[in-house]
Design a protein around this ligand. Structure first.
Ligand code: ATP
Ligand code: MG
Length: 290
């Protein structure tokens, strides 16, 4: 008989036993910026869980924590006390990405360049620097990434459209926008898209919004379905089929220095982040053959 426990155990097996389901490697390295200037929409949660899912399933992944809050560093359990080699030293040119990167306990394939509170002043310091918009791009050059050789780089942005987010958009080819299935979800999206267009026009013509991920879906509300269909109507196939449900396990995991993939691999949250990661990886594999 197929009991709920058996079902959960089967899900846990799928999440944690990568041998049965390696994800396809992209033809070329993919650099994705996870951005939305609206706060608390699931940027960091999506960054760390997608990164962990790809890494556990055989791909090499580097997460750049570009938010002075350091939430991605916390979730990936990497040291980020003030003074720790971090993305701040990378941006000011004191350290290379490989020198600042740490391996996460979530997978030997998963690296993270942490953010410390030192990054809080960077936005202002960057203003007077040479090539202030492309410092992260320089830091992520193929030569600089050679010691790590990631298949995927995810950049977790702060909730603003300032110089840090601009650096992330200049350094990436793709933007991944998490959208929360809530009433005000679409507010501010126009401003984000206009900023992306400005970066495309002036700084990075290869940038595109490749992926939209609906997060914190609550099946009990009509509103969640309305937001979902509105976003799909607007953005079509850019929106992943997988929707991330609102789940206590997802929000608890960072408190234990874990992603939901290891914290509760049998949970719906873990499964849905794995499904979303698979969709992203499969699209990446297709890109190479297109
Ligand atoms: P910020 O703009 O501050 O950087 P963010 O966009 O990175 O925020 P998160 O920190 O990922 O957003 O998520 C905001 C809050 O919502 C966190 O407390 C997180 O644990 C919680 N959360 C995110 N996704 C889910 C989910 N699927 N189910 C339940 N809680 C979630
Ligand atoms: Mg965040």
């Amino acid at each position: 008989m197929w009991t709920p426990i058996a079902e959960e155990a089967a899900r846990a097996t799928r999440v944690l036993h990568p041998d049965s389901s390696q994800l396809p490697r992209p033809a070329r390295r993919r650099v994705l910026t996870v951005a939305n200037q609206k706060g608390g929409v699931g940027k960091t949660t999506s960054t760390v869980n997608l990164a962990a899912a790809l890494a556990i399933h055989g791909l090499k992944v580097l997460v750049i924590d570009l938010d002075p809050q350091g939430n991605a560093s916390t979730a990936l359990a990497v040291e980020h006390r003030s003074g720790t080699p971090s993305v701040y030293e990378v941006l000011i040119g004191e350290l290379s990405v490989a020198e600042a990167a740490q391996v996460s306990n979530q997978s030997p394939n998963l690296y993270c360049v942490p953010a410390t509170i030192d990054l809080a002043g960077a936005e202002i310091e960057l203003v007077s620097m040479v090539a202030r918009e492309s410092r992260l791009k320089e830091a992520l050059s193929p030569e600089a990434l050679e010691p790590i050789r990631p298949d995927y780089v995810f950049i977790d942005c702060p909730p603003s459209l300032g110089l840090l987010t601009v650096n992330a958009m200049v350094a990436a080819q793709e933007v991944l926008i998490p959208i929360q299935c809530e009433y005000y979800a679409l507010e501010g999206l126009g401003q984000l898209l206009r900023n992306i267009e400005l970066v495309q026009a002036h700084l990075n013509p290869t940038l595109s919004v490749s992926t939209i991920l609906l997060t914190m879906y609550d099946g009990r509300t009509k509103l969640a379905d309305q937001v979902t269909s509105e976003v799909r109507g607007h953005f079509g196939d850019t929106v992943l089929r997988t929707v991330i449900p609102r789940s206590v396990k997802v929000s608890e995991a960072p408190g234990f220095g874990q992603t939901v993939l290891t914290y509760d691999p049998g949970s719906r949250g873990a499964m849905s982040y794995l499904d979303a990661a698979r969709e992203i990886a499969e699209r990446g594999a297709e890109m190479g053959t297109a």
